[in-house]
Design a protein around this ligand. Structure first.
Ligand code: ZN
Length: 304
């Protein structure tokens, strides 16, 4: 049974929206991450419940991906709160660089927002009356921060560490070989921390930290040995995300979709050396077999 501090409210979301955390700070409150843009209304409604009458004064992000920042603009409009982002992602947000934010290449959306301040690696901050250290956790996102409360032994890990793995290695997929080594350094750094409870970006809070880090390192080792395995895992995760957003897509059109959207098209060529339609067929087949997707009247439908 996971017990969270009294000042922390955990809002469980799905894989399209990052989890949200609300910290109570007297009459005020802080929110961590804001979900995907098309679900902003749900995010707002759930945050209001978690505020329990407090005023939201701060929104802090773990990293720049669409499922973590998509609701930033809507949250600021509703609450007038300040927004703090990891220092490394600031230029991409400032210029609203849809390539750097991985929006255009993956056919994803987010609403532009302005931020008030940045958080640098090793900065200390207070949330919910607890002291947190910002830890640089590059890999899945090269500028990502995790937030660690050493006294309470809690880690807000974003997508750097999940109960069973970690987020997609985008750098590698885009032809930059620095992602896997960074993820290895990140996991080896995290392994040294004293942690009782992890609040991940997706999935439920969990304990048994050493086992989770070991699973992540094992998965990483498999990716290091086989770039194609890494790419296949990433294609499956990204297509599942796409279907969560679009809800259903005609199966007959997925091959074309892989050919149109840069990340699917480029990864098909560079990692699989196959036509995008052939990779699409492979990915769909595995997701159907795993029960992640189902087929209904010629459409693929997400079960998430
Ligand atoms: Zn992410």
């Amino acid at each position: 049974m996971i017990r969270l501090p009294e000042t922390m409210r955990f809002i469980a979301r799905d894989w399209l929206n990052a989890n949200n955390i609300v910290f109570h700070e007297g009459a005020e409150a802080t929110l961590v991450d804001s979900g995907y843009v098309t679900h902003a209304d749900e995010t707002l409604a759930r945050v209001v419940v978690a505020l329990e009458g407090r005023r939201l004064v701060r929104l802090i992000n773990t990293h720049s991906h669409s499922d973590h920042i998509g609701g930033n603009a809507a949250v600021r409009r509703a609450h007038g709160c300040r927004i703090l982002v990891p220092e490394g992602m600031a230029p991409a947000v400032e210029d609203w660089d849809e390539d750097a934010l991985l929006l255009s290449s993956a056919h994803q959306q987010a609403e532009p927002f302005e931020f008030d301040a940045t958080i640098a690696p090793d900065d200390e901050l207070e949330m919910g009356g607890l002291r947190w250290q910002a830890l640089h956790v590059p890999g899945h996102d090269m500028h990502a921060l995790a937030y660690y409360a050493p006294r309470e032994r809690i880690l807000i890990s974003g997508d750097a560490l999940w109960q069973d793995g970690f987020g997609v290695m985008f750098a590698e997929l885009h032809g930059d070989p620095s992602g896997l080594p960074a993820q290895r350094r990140t996991l080896e750094m995290l392994r040294e921390l004293d942690v009782d409870t992890v609040i991940p970006g997706h999935g439920a809070p969990f304990g048994d930290y050493p086992a989770a880090v070991a699973r992540a390192l094992a998965r990483l080792a498999a990716f290091e040995q086989s770039p194609e395995r890494m790419a296949k895992s990433a294609m499956k995760a990204l297509f599942t995300f796409t279907l969560l957003e679009k809800r259903r897509m005609p199966r007959a059109g997925i091959g074309d979709y892989f050919g149109r959207v840069a990340i699917f098209r480029d990864v098909s060529k560079t990692f699989f050396r196959k036509e995008p339609a052939a990779v699409a067929a492979l990915v769909i087949d595995e997701l159907l077999k795993a029960g992640v997707l189902i087929e209904q009247d010629g459409d693929l439908v997400s079960r998430g």
